[in-house]
Design a protein around this ligand. Structure first.
Ligand code: NAD
Ligand code: IPM
Ligand code: MN
Length: 360
């Protein structure tokens, strides 16, 4: 199989972790006789420095023509980096929002899974995670507050900022269907998370999710308010199978869920639409505090590459090989600093990538 992959290394730890994911993809290609052609494009701060915009038309065109996109992370320190002195539409994150919208990637899958081997890195009491947990956060990715109108204006004698949130029935319906489809292949439970006790968008969300649920009689649906969900994730993470939620709630809850798996460095993601195209990226950011030190955990990015093999290229066995290789390396006791615990062997970003490749 031959595939064209647009690669966005991005900023901060982005280049380090993407390099490891590409090593793994190359090893898979060699083993199974596939060909992955990479075209590197710039997005985020590095694109601002080179072209003055966080995503150029050319870069977007290359992404659109490719079979999938592999992304590291973009952005810098939001208080000290000069990128954050630019007007909002020219900052690194604007590139990421634009590529998601332009590519139509409305469904963001963020699987949070506790590896047996990482129990020592999980901050929860052992009895809460016995038997592990395995949830899929389905985050709506191209609507809501992120894409509403915004402004900051003088009103009277002070500045007032506005962000508006809207969701249409069709936007809710397509992500809900995706959530129920995924639940059918898993434990057949959907927890739809909203703030229906306050927000109109949430009340519409709940109504549409109820309608979609009628098409999936085998799936158990429950509704949960987002504040309660944030609490339940650390009280009893085992209760969740699929968490279905809007854009910003999903952003926040997925970072929280990542920590109960041991580290944000473990949480992968796939951003999908109706066809097989997808963009694959870790859920974490560019971690400017640890960039360039060969200490970032590349596993979230490598797991995201495995999701690319599965969801965009239909290469299930290859994806499983990568996931198994990661599990073996963890079983052997190798850890990056973020998942390090007593008695384990500390390795760097490159070494972790090499170890995973050695098991393929
Ligand atoms: P972050 O996720 O970059 O970092 C939060 C903390 O987690 C930091 O202490 C960091 O060192 C640690 N961390 C993150 N990934 C890690 C890894 N792979 N291994 C080990 N430790 C890891 O979040 P932040 O600091 O709030 O944001 C930094 C920048 O990243 C901001 O500019 C933000 O906008 C951007 N960001 C980008 C994306 C993306 O590109 N998809 C996602 C989130 C944040
Ligand atoms: C993520 C990030 C992005 C988001 C930022 C960088 C715009 O936090 O992918 O989780 O909020 O979607
Ligand atoms: Mn986030």
């Amino acid at each position: 199989m031959e595939k064209n992959i647009a690669v966005i290394k991005g900023d901060g730890i982005g280049p380090e972790i993407v390099t490891e994911a590409m090593k793994v993809l190359d090893a898979v290609a060699k083993k199974y006789n596939h060909k992955f052609n990479y075209t590197e494009i710039l997005m985020g701060g590095c694109s601002i420095d080179a072209y003055g915009v966080p995503l150029s038309d050319e870069a977007l065109k290359i992404a659109k023509k490719s079979d999938s996109v592999l992304l590291g992370a973009i952005g810098g320190n939001t208080t000290t980096s000069p990128w954050y002195k630019l007007e909002p539409s020219l900052r690194p994150e604007a590139g990421l929002l634009k590529i998601r919208k332009e590519l139509g990637l409305f469904a963001n899958l963020r699987p949070a899974y506790l590896y047996d081997e990482l129990k020592g890195a999980c901050p929860l009491k052992e009895e809460l995670t016995e038997g592990g947990f395995d949830m899929m956060i389905m985050r709506e990715l191209t609507g809501g507050l992120y894409f509403g109108e915004r402004s900051t204006e003088k009103e009277g004698d002070q500045m007032v900022a506005h962000d508006s949130m809207s969701y249409s029935e069709s936007e809710i319906r397509r992500i809900a269907k995706r959530g129920f489809d995924i639940a059918m292949k898993r434990n057949k439970k959907v927890t739809s998370v909203d703030k229906a006790n306050v927000l109109d968008t949430s009340r519409l969300w709940r109504k549409v999710v109820e309608e979609v649920a009628k098409e999936y009689p085998e799936v158990t649906l429950e509704h949960m308010l987002v504040d309660n969900c944030a609490m339940q994730l650390v009280r009893d993470p085992k209760q969740f199978d699929v968490i279905l939620t809007e854009n910003m709630f999903g952003d926040i809850l997925s970072d929280e869920a990542s920590m109960v798996t041991g580290s944000i460095g473990m949480l992968s993601s796939a951003s999908l639409r109706e066809d097989s195209f997808g963009m694959y990226e870790p859920s974490h950011g560019s971690a400017p505090d640890i960039a360039g030190q060969n200490i970032a955990n590349p596993i979230a990015t490598i797991l995201s590459a495995a999701m690319m093999l599965r969801y965009s290229f239909d290469l299930d066995q290859e994806a499983k090989d990568v996931e198994d290789a990661i599990e073996k390396v963890l079983k052997e006791g190798y850890r990056t600093t973020d998942i390090m615990s007593e008695g384990k062997t500390l390795v760097g970003t490159r070494e972790m990538g090499d170890l995973i490749v050695s098991h393929l």
